[in-house]
Design a protein around this ligand. Structure first.
Ligand code: SF4
Length: 171
């Protein structure tokens, strides 16, 4: 980027961005890939410290990104339209920040120029969550009748039925 040239996220709307620009907004925090409960009555979202089984919890990246919707039939795409409907994206998510008219923070790789700053700032899931492969799906599923689990990976939204009280959602 030339000095003095405003970065694309300051001059373009989400709708105007190229696919490459859109993808580069993802900071790799991995927070949208954590298992979640939605209370079917109150709508409250509770996040569990367990990642989607396809998330690399060290890098914060999906291990099957290109094939994610085929590999996991629960995954849906995050788009300009769905961002408006998803109220549980992390407050730090670049897509949410820009959709709300805010700027990217200092630790975002596009701002810092380094992918590691999202980890150094303590924003990512690294060292904070269990890999999904460590938790048997039945442990998440077997009590799931009243709750809905959500898991999203950048352009992914996943929903599965769960039952309340299976896992401690943590802080
Ligand atoms: S889509 Fe948002 S919450 Fe998910 S990994 Fe990317 S920046 Fe993080």
């Amino acid at each position: 980027m030339k000095t003095g040239t405003p970065p694309f996220w300051k001059t373009k709307s989400l709708e105007q961005m190229t696919p490459e620009e859109w993808e580069s907004l993802c900071d790799g925090c991995g927070n949208c890939c954590l298992e979640k409960f939605e209370d079917s009555e109150s709508g409250e979202i509770r996040v569990f410290p367990v990642a989607c089984e396809y998330l690399d919890v060290t890098t914060g990246r999906c291990m099957v990104y290109e094939a994610r919707t085929r590999v996991n039939s629960d995954c849906l795409s995050l788009t300009v339209e769905t961002i408006k409907e998803i109220h549980w994206l992390p407050e730090t998510c670049a897509y949410r920040l820009l959709a709300e008219g805010k700027d990217l923070p200092w630790w975002h790789p596009l701002v810092s120029g380094r992918s590691k700053t999202v980890h150094e700032a303590g924003i990512s899931v690294r060292d904070r969550v269990l890999p999904g492969s460590f938790v048997h799906p039945e442990d998440l599923r077997k009590k799931g009748r009243k709750k809905t689990r959500h898991s999203i990976k950048r352009r992914i939204v996943a929903r599965k039925r769960l039952k309340e009280g299976d896992l401690d959602p943590g802080p």
